[in-house]
Design a protein around this ligand. Structure first.
Ligand SMILES: [Ca+2]
Length: 176
């Protein structure tokens, strides 16, 4: 009887050690790798230099992101704080139809978040069709789209995969 128990325990140990020997694949969701900063479930990064509205949109697209358009006072203040007082583009424009502002990610007819200064947008000189966060009070102004301003790119966090060995140490940083 004791021999049977010994065999059973040995077999169990062998099986469990065998299972441990196979590397385990782990996934971590929602990572924003540096230099991206995580806020509210998204990742944000400032453009390296001031750019025109269109160039800033393109710079973000090349990073697999979109130029950010805040959807709340909290996100608006977060974007403003990222650039520490510099004016930044907001991905909202009325170029398609004067006075009808459309923002990145908004659907036709959807009520959009805006944060205009009292006397803005004024379409100054008939040529201001792109929105920017205006320092120091984080309110918005419409500017000529050809101005050079910083912008913030926004993207969804990536799923990060890694493989660990039987000792729990990192074996590979991808298991896809
Ligand atoms: Ca203006």
């Amino acid at each position: 009887m004791s021999c049977f128990v010994y065999i059973f325990v040995s077999l169990a140990l062998f099986l469990s050690s065998g299972l441990n020997l196979s590397p385990s694949c782990n996934r971590r969701h929602g990572l924003c790798t540096a230099p991206w900063k995580k806020w509210g479930g998204s990742c944000y990064l400032i453009t390296q230099k001031p750019l025109t509205y269109d160039d800033a949109r393109e710079a973000c697209r090349r990073l697999g992101a979109k130029m950010a358009a805040p959807r709340s006072d909290q996100e608006n203040d977060f974007l403003a704080n990222l650039t520490q007082g510099s004016e930044i583009w907001v991905a909202c424009t009325d170029r398609r139809q004067e006075g009808e502002w459309e923002c990145e990610g908004s659907q036709d007819g959807e009520r959009i978040y805006t944060n205009w200064i009292d006397d803005q947008p004024d379409n100054g000189g008939g040529k201001e069709h792109c929105a920017a966060i205006w320092s120091p009070d984080n309110k918005w102004n419409d500017y000529r789209c050809k101005r050079d301003l910083l912008a913030v790119c926004k993207r969804q966090p990536r799923t990060h995969c890694f493989t660990t060995n039987s000792e729990g140490r990192l074996e590979a940083d991808s298991c896809l």
